[in-house]
Design a protein around this ligand. Structure first.
Ligand SMILES: [Mg+2]
Length: 121
């Protein structure tokens, strides 16, 4: 089973994402900020990280930088989540190492197509 780490400070978004990902046959883990996500990745690298931008403690951008600098040999694919008014963040996220992005709110078809692009579905 493929694994996905859902990183978002919103419990509602994590729940929605988990539901969609489980219908796509992913095993889902959750983290509510970048620091928790980094610890989760170091404990067991997921196949893909679904990453929010705005979070307390450590935001999505700082997580990407920390992941890149972590020296982990096996790195997860990263699908970065943004909102329409966060469009300017996309280029910065891709440059920082994100593989794809998805606009919030996302539905099953959208998420599935993004996961196909990064080679996971
Ligand atoms: Mg957020």
């Amino acid at each position: 089973m493929k694994t996905c780490l859902v990183v978002d400070d919103s419990k509602v978004i994590r729940k929605v994402a988990r539901h969609i990902l489980e219908t796509l046959q992913f095993e889902v883990r959750e983290a509510c900020d970048g620091r928790e996500a980094l610890e989760a990745c170091q404990a067991a690298t997921p196949d893909v990280v679904l990453l929010d931008w705005n979070m307390p403690v450590m935001n999505g951008m700082d997580f990407l930088r920390a992941l890149r600098e972590s020296g982990m040999t096996q790195k997860p694919k990263v699908v970065f989540c943004t909102t329409e008014n966060g469009m300017g963040h996309i280029r910065a996220a891709i440059e920082a190492g994100a593989d794809e992005y998805v606009m919030k709110p996302f539905d099953r078809d959208t998420l599935e197509s993004k996961l196909q692009i990064v080679g996971l579905v």
